[in-house]
Write a new protein. Structure first.
Length: 459
């Protein structure tokens, strides 16, 4: 009986030890599996990265941030028709010396490129961007994907595309920083961006990045299109404009929904549309190829009202437009440099009109007004007098090839004579003490016979 009890105690001890060893083996195996997942940079649960986004204390960047998320004033100039390229090509493109506040640089930053590459490093930046090092095996450049959870990113018309790209990264690369990514080759499409150097991992020698990335997928995959298009900066009621389907991944057909416009729908790649009534409208595009149909992509547009045709009041050679936001005067069909005020004083005979712009950026053109009273270069004889500059700022020069003595009279806008000078071939007259306006210059000989008159503008 004593031996049986002793045997039973030994048996219990052996069972306890075996249970402990089994638990330890299972724990170590789980740890090894987790390490393998991290080493291969592959996770199936995108919630890991989404949770990381929500926990990030800094959301959105500062330097050239609007350019990075396509909300800058020149974003409308980006041409989304992608150029097939390579890492080797992009890292040698000529780029400007980047500044932290420079506007979108053209022609580089208005271009979109598609490259076949490998992702070698992934970093979760403090501004919540995904920072990817894109490599061809010898050269690298940076690609970045903004976080759509950031308020400054969510307002971008392209935020849904950013999120789709982040979903791909979440599904195939582990959360956090991964220093050695090991996934198959990918195809990346993004907007060219020149980033001021600040020690970025994987930066190209010319500071060029793909930022933001708009599409990413495995190179071995046959994928449906990604619908995308841009819109003009200004759209005015009754004025036609053209859209272009720039969808990625080789679409073969598309469908536009143009509610409120004429036409209201289209299957053309580049339809021409007119909105006759000012207001806010939504344009939606889907595109299709043999592999499927894209998610819909939409842009909201604002159609501005066209200003009324301006009227021009003519008082001799002084032309005054009806009130507008901005003005541009034209002479014989050519814009007059600097003539951007409501009133313009003509200095030459010809046909004048004004183009006005309202707060919506929409324009209207006046009727033509003929000016024939400026008295420009009215010479009594064939003696040439050169009076310049005109308009003048603080002085005016008068020259002639004739050796005779002449008297110069200058009259102010009120018709008062304000200056009398003698001319011998060349004369410089100081006008710095005179008020702005239109002045008349008369050239007379010593017998007071008028030889020449000309009006000048003092600015």
């Amino acid at each position: 009986m004593k031996h049986a009890k002793k045997f039973f105690r030994h048996y219990q001890f052996i069972l306890f030890v075996l249970f402990g060893l089994s638990s330890l083996i299972l724990f170590l195996r789980a740890q090894n599996q987790q390490a393998t997942i991290l080493q291969n940079s592959s996770v199936g649960n995108s919630q890991l990265e989404e949770d990381e986004d929500e926990l990030t204390t800094n959301c959105g960047g500062v330097e050239r941030w609007d350019e990075k998320v396509l909300t800058d004033p020149l974003a409308y100039t980006v041409i989304f028709a992608s150029h097939p390229s390579s890492v080797a090509h992009l890292v040698v493109i000529t780029t400007p010396t980047p500044g932290t506040t420079m506007p979108r640089y053209q022609p580089v930053e208005d271009s979109v490129y598609t490259i076949n590459c490998n992702i070698t490093i992934k970093k979760a930046e403090t501004d919540s961007d995904f920072h990817l090092v894109l490599s061809n095996g010898t050269k690298t450049l940076i690609g970045e994907i903004p976080c759509s959870a950031c308020s400054s990113v969510a307002v971008s018309p392209y935020s849904n595309l950013f999120q789709r790209c982040r979903n791909f990264i979440n599904a195939n690369i582990a959360s956090g920083n991964v220093s050695s990514v090991s996934i198959p080759a990918v195809v990346v499409t993004g907007v060219a961006f020149v980033d001021p150097p600040h020690g970025q991992t994987g930066a190209a020698p010319n500071n060029l990045e793909l930022h933001p990335i708009l599409d990413i997928h495995f190179a071995s995959s046959a994928v449906a299109p990604v619908a995308i298009f841009n819109i003009p900066n200004t759209i005015c009621a009754g004025q036609s404009f053209t859209l272009t389907d720039n969808s990625f991944n080789n679409p073969t057909s598309r469908n536009w929904t143009l509610t409120g416009g004429t036409p209201s729908s289209s299957t053309a790649q580049s339809p021409t549309i007119t909105y006759n009534t000012p207001g806010t409208y939504t344009i939606t595009l889907t595109s299709t190829n043999a592999n499927g149909t894209s998610p819909s992509f939409s842009r909201v547009i604002t159609v501005g009202s066209v200003p009324a045709v301006p009227t021009v009041n003519q008082n001799s050679n002084a032309l005054t437009s009806s009130t507008a936001t901005t003005y541009q005067w034209f002479l014989n069909g050519a814009a007059i440099s600097g003539a951007t005020s409501q009133t313009y004083t003509a200095t030459a005979n010809g046909n004048y009109y004004v183009v006005i712009t309202n707060a919506s950026g929409c324009t209207s053109q006046s009727a033509t007004v003929a000016v024939t009273t400026t008295g420009v270069n009215e010479s009594a004889e064939k003696i040439k007098f050169n009076i310049y500059p005109n308009p003048a700022k603080d002085h005016v020069n008068i020259e002639t090839e004739d050796n005779s003595r002449y008297i110069i009279y200058i009259t102010n806008p009120l018709g008062q004579q304000v200056l009398r000078k003698t001319l011998l071939k060349k004369l410089e007259i100081d006008l710095s003490g005179f008020s702005k306006g239109v002045y008349a210059i008369e050239v007379r000989n010593e017998n007071e016979i008028k030889y020449h008159t000309q009006k000048i503008i003092l600015e």
